[in-house]
Design a protein around this ligand. Sequence first.
Ligand code: FES
Length: 320
Amino acid sequence: MSAGRLNVRVARRTSEAEDICSYELVSADGTPLPAFSAGSHIDVHIGPDLVRQYSLCNPPHETHRYLIGVLRDPASRGGSQGMHEKIHAGAALTISAPKNHFPLVEAQRSLLLAGGIGVTPVLAMAEALSAQGADFEMHYCARSPERAAFRERIAASPFAAQVHFHYDSGAAEQKLDLAALLAGLDRDTHIYFCGPAGFIDYVKATAAARQWPQAQLHLEYFGAVAVDTGGDRAFEVRLSSTGANYTVPAGVTVMQVLREAGVFVAASCEQGVCGTCLTRVLEGVPDHRDLYLTEEEQAANNQFTPCCSRSKSPTLVLDL
Ligand code: FES
């Protein structure tokens, strides 16, 4: 096994909701798995050159298993479809050790907001906060009850009364009214939210309208944001180590061009979410299209994600 990688076996695969399966992973040799904290994810090597990130959703004190939830996404480029179609109980998988870009912090009170499959890290947070006896509530938005995963588990949990479900298919009065919810919360509440881009934007905008302190907002996107690529043009990248120039045509990523030229850049999600491919920019202005860097980090223009970001200037000089 290479460094940082773990060999696991799918002990159980369970249909949790329409188009959502959970996978219970145990170590191949029966030893305990590395401990993790709520909000952590693992890289799952689904096939050659196909790595995807999935949040761990089991209680974080567990070391005998990792539980992930996977939504079958019709727009998937192989990741979620590959999991649903090819990975069954008994399958051997290689995964990374858990990493956490979405940790809980010390807080008097926490509000957990989940949109769709974004429930996975949020559920681990609810488990952790409940075990600590912390003050929290959770709101889970899904298209319909049939598409809401882990409902039975939540109903049977000690924190069931702290979880509120909101369905797009349901009556108007049960839908999440975040402005009203925030109006009734103490200002020192930390807000954690995970879901698709539309959900994240809604929470961000509502929190901004109430001037919620930025340091108390913690978010993780699920999946990449659709970007308008209609105006994309070719540009050059130059490697500072060799001075070699490469043309990046419209419709092709910097990473694809570099790979083609035999230049190695570490990658994982290849959709601007994980930060694995982060590369220093020495000259030029990147056209940032990732969800990994903060707005301030993007504005600094000294690093970018070659798996999805492009260039606003004719040339980008990279620290490669
Ligand atoms: S590989 Fe994940 S951000 Fe580029």
